[in-house]
Each structure stands twice: as structure tokens, then as C-alpha cells.
Design a protein around this ligand. Structure first.
Ligand code: GTP
Ligand code: MG
Length: 171
């Protein structure tokens, strides 16, 4: 078991390719109300969690709610791939604007394993190149995370580390 220290008042960005287990991890370690997921917000604004054309509106709404939570001093977890630079830049800026610590938790599952899981999911229909691109973005992300302003960076490599991790909130 590995305990990951996380400041009690922080904005936690989960980072990982589709199928890496972000939503499962969030559900295991955080209360449902603490977790804002891109899928949930796509569903909210467009009735379809897979509608990528709804992403802009979904993230607008997600950031708005995250800001309200942080203003109220509430730990907030963002469940989205966050492998693209602009996604993380927005989250670091949001955390700074509310004077809370941006935390990154990376779920680095091999692409083959994530793809195998995805094949078993009825709710995911994207093609392999989409996952390959996310993987490339993640590799680049890993090299520059701490420089981007994340004050705490936890990287979990492989399903065993991911499954063994627990969160320890720090006052
Ligand atoms: P996206 O929402 O598509 O980005 O994926 P995600 O990163 O949220 O992955 P999700 O948590 O939905 O998990 C994907 C699949 O892997 C699901 O079928 C889960 O049941 C399975 N899974 C998730 N976490 C674990 C884990 O820790 N161990 C195992 N064995 N399976 C897992
Ligand atoms: Mg998910």
C-alpha cells in the first residue's frame, strides 16, 4: 500500500489516457460530490458523455463549478484525461486564482492494457489512434508536469501501483 499525501484543500487533476482507471480511482478514494468529470459535464450539457463536440461547453461548466467549490474551500478532483497542455494550464490557473494547491495524480497504465479494457466497455467507441495520441501526449506531459506549477505530483505506474495507492489528506 502506498499512501499519497494530498493537501486537504487542493485541486487534484487526475491524468491518464482513456481506460487508465481515472473514474474508478476517483470513485474509490473521493466522495462523489468532490469529483467533477468531463463525462458527467458532457452529459449535463449535451445528454451524451461521449459527445466530443460538447467538450468546450462541458469544460466551461466544469471549471465554473470547480471555482465555486474552491472558493468555498472544498477539495475538488477533476476526472478528465488532462493529457493536453491547455487542460492542465487551465487547472493550474484555476487553483492559483483560488489560492489552493494544484496536485497531479498520474495513472500511467500501458496503452495495451488500457486498450484491452476499453474493448470490454460498451460506453467507449473511439479507435486505437485516439488512444495512441493520448499516450504520446501523456509521455510528453510526464516530462514537464512539475514545471507547469503542480506542487505535488504523484505518478502511479502500472495497475499494481494504481490499485495499491491510497490517499492521505493533509491538514
Ligand atoms: P475514461 O473515462 O474513458 O477516460 O477512462 P477512465 O480512465 O476513467 O477509466 P475507468 O475508471 O472507466 O476504467 C476503465 C476500465 O478499466 C473499466 O472497465 C474498469 O472496470 C477497469 N478498471 C479501472 N480501474 C481498474 C483497476 O484498478 N484494476 C482493474 N483490474 N481494472 C480497472
Ligand atoms: Mg472516466
Amino acid at each position: 500500500m502506498t499512501e499519497l499525501p494530498v493537501p486537504a484543500l487542493s485541486l487534484v487533476a487526475l491524468i491518464g489516457i482513456s481506460g487508465s482507471g481515472k473514474s474508478t480511482f476517483a470513485g474509490r478514494h473521493f466522495a462523489p460530490s468532490q469529483v467533477l468529470s468531463s463525462d458527467g459535464f458532457r452529459a449535463m450539457v449535451a445528454d451524451d458523455e461521449n459527445d466530443q463536440s460538447a467538450s468546450a461547453a462541458a469544460f466551461d461548466a466544469l471549471h465554473y463549478v470547480a471555482g465555486k467549490r474552491l472558493a468555498g474551500g472544498r477539495l475538488t478532483v477533476v476526472d478528465a484525461t488532462n493529457v493536453q497542455d491547455h487542460a492542465r494550464t487551465n487547472l493550474v490557473a484555476l487553483a492559483r486564482a483560488h489560492d489552493v494547491l494544484p496536485v497531479a495524480i498520474v495513472l500511467d497504465l500501458p496503452e495495451d492494457e488500457a486498450w484491452a479494457r476499453t474493448q470490454r466497455r460498451p460506453d467507449r467507441t473511439f479507435d486505437r489512434p485516439v488512444l495512441a495520441r493520448q499516450s504520446r501526449d501523456l509521455r510528453r506531459t510526464l516530462k514537464k508536469l512539475s514545471r507547469e506549477g503542480f506542487r505535488t505530483v504523484h505518478v502511479l505506474r502500472g495497475h499494481e501501483e494504481i490499485e495499491a495507492a491510497t490517499i492521505r489528506l493533509q491538514p
